[in-house]
Write a protein that binds this ligand. Structure first.
Ligand SMILES: Nc1nc2c(c(=O)[nH]1)N(C=O)[C@@H](CNc1ccc(C(=O)N[C@@H](CCC(=O)O)C(=O)O)cc1)CN2
Ligand SMILES: Nc1ncnc2c1ncn2[C@@H]1O[C@H](COP(=O)(O)OP(=O)(O)OP(=O)(O)O)[C@@H](O)[C@H]1O
Length: 232
């Protein structure tokens, strides 16, 4: 896969978090994203409902094009970090599609891993090696996951990158997921930025602000079809 070049667009400051957010606009054939959704005053559940509806209303053609373009940017991110062990997800509920990206990672010789719902530790994930011949089963949410095999498990600290699904994000790197707390429990195991957590989402999943809880772990990088948000 070729890597799309991108151009710098400057930085904005987020004084409340004492963090600098750098937003890079990719040079893509895509139009500017829709106006930012004003989520101020909305509950987490209402934001979740709204954004899930938005991403599910994208056409099949939009889903396909957005996924192709965003995959190039994600692949560039993987290469920039020389990540060899990358956790990813299989698309569910209108999420930015990952199938082509996974195939591109395999072509580059990069090992991929998928989350499975932990069989007895409630609310936790395990990450298992995923390859072309992985035996798959369907989990309680209707998502395919590798069949549990102890040899296929990778500890979180051995992953170089975790590409996280998400429902909504804001420009401070805050993330909200499907509501199970699975990724929050995974991301609190990150030490000194390893593994690097990278949110992967449609532009329509960005909201003006998210009501944050103490367990939420902000993402250092978020990639959409049109932009890369980096929270330093
Ligand atoms: N693609 C993908 N895989 C993933 C996640 C994800 O967000 N996306 N997860 C991220 O954590 C974990 C699974 N968590 C999930 C939590 C809720 C639902 C879901 O569809 N909930 C239904 C209600 C289901 C029920 O009550 O039984 C819903 O909200 O409509 C899906 C996945 C692990 N794998
Ligand atoms: N590190 C953690 N340890 C224990 N419980 C947690 C942790 N993180 C989140 N939780 C619990 O998980 C529940 C769901 O959290 P939240 O709504 O933020 O999930 P989410 O981010 O939407 O889902 P996900 O992380 O699976 O994508 C909350 O009730 C919270 O108490």
């Amino acid at each position: 896969m070729t890597i799309t070049r991108f151009m710098e667009s400057g930085a904005t400051n987020a004084p409340t978090l004492q963090a600098t957010i750098k937003i890079t606009h990719f040079a893509t054939p895509l139009e500017n994203p829709d106006p930012l959704f004003d989520s101020s005053g909305m509950s987490r559940d209402n934001i979740r409902r709204h954004v899930r509806q938005e991403r599910n209303s994208l056409s099949a053609e939009e889903q396909h094009q957005f996924a192709l373009i965003a995959s190039r940017h994600l692949l560039a991110e993987v290469q920039a970090h020389n990540a060899q062990h990358v956790a990813i997800y299989l698309t569910h509920d209108g999420e930015l599609a990952t199938q082509k990206l996974i195939e591109a990672l395999w072509e580059e010789g990069i090992k991929t891993y998928l989350p499975i719902i932990h069989p007895f530790s409630k609310g936790n994930l395990l990450f298992l090696h995923y390859h072309a011949n992985s035996k798959m089963v369907i989990n309680q949410y209707g998502i395919a996951e590798p069949a549990l095999s102890v040899q296929a498990i990778i500890p979180v600290n051995k992953l170089d990158m975790i590409v996280t699904p998400l429902v909504a994000f804001d420009d401070k790197g805050n993330r909200m997921g499907m509501g199970g707390g699975y990724y929050d429990r995974t991301l609190c195991q990150v030490v000194d930025g390893k593994p690097l957590a990278v949110g992967f989402a449609h532009d329509c999943q960005q909201v003006s602000q998210l009501p944050i809880e103490y367990w939420d772990v902000p993402l250092p990088v978020i990639i959409t079809p049109t932009r890369r948000f980096a929270c330093q």
